[in-house]
Design a protein around this ligand. Structure first.
Ligand SMILES: [Mg+2]
Length: 210
């Protein structure tokens, strides 16, 4: 597996600037998230928040790592989100499929789109890097016109949530993801959360405003 340099840099940044890793909302798994994230975030941050597009991580979020199907317990939630936001506004942004580094030819991204009828964003850098390129693409390919109209959902603080905060979007953290088996990355993130982040305000409460 190629080394994700931005994720390593992100690990050190939690010491320098831990706020960039603080999620705006936390759920255990994709199946347990609210489909009405605008209302959840608006209530939490006491401001009008209008989510127009949902950006989903793939591995351990909607699919089991290395598999190209949606995990069966996630299908109904995915359909609820598509009904709520529209098919073009629920997209996948993954460090595996659609990534120039791990899916050079895009064959996995095309197969995932064919099987699951969900757009996969193509990109050249791994999360949390490349957020400017990602934002440009997301604003072109979805109905969102501003980063604050994007909710980014993923199971890793150091990639998904850092990426969301860098972009100025809302970061929704899945603290366990699909599997409850031991996953070192997720266990490490939960330790980071408990040790450095739990008592910090999300950037939403500090500098994101609509
Ligand atoms: Mg993941």
């Amino acid at each position: 597996m190629p080394i994700n340099i931005p994720a390593i840099t992100s690990t050190f940044s939690c010491i320098r600037n831990p706020s960039t890793l603080v999620p705006d909302a936390i759920y255990e798994s994709f199946a347990t998230i609210s489909k009405d994230l605008s209302r959840v975030l608006s209530d939490k941050y006491k401001q009008q928040i209008n989510i127009k597009a949902i950006v989903l991580d793939k591995d351990n979020c909607i699919s089991i790592s290395k598999q190209l199907d949606i995990y069966h317990k996630n299908l109904s939630k995915l359909n609820e989100l598509k009904a709520q936001y529209g098919d073009r506004n629920v997209v996948v942004f993954s460090n595996s499929i659609g990534s120039q580094l791990e899916d050079k030819t895009g064959i996995d991204a095309r197969e995932f789109e064919r099987r699951n009828k969900i757009p996969v964003i193509r990109h050249t850098q791994q999360k949390p890097g490349g957020y400017r390129e990602a934002l440009t693409t997301l604003l072109e390919q979805t109905d969102a016109r501003h980063p604050k109209e994007l909710a980014i959902i993923g199971d890793r603080l150091l990639t998904d949530i850092k990426f969301a905060n860098n972009m100025g979007a809302w970061g929704i953290w899945l603290s366990h993801g699909i599997t409850r088996k031991y996953q070192w990355g997720n266990m490490f993130d939960r330790w980071i959360y408990r040790t450095f982040l739990k008592n910090r305000k999300p950037l939403a409460a500090v500098e994101k405003s609509v």
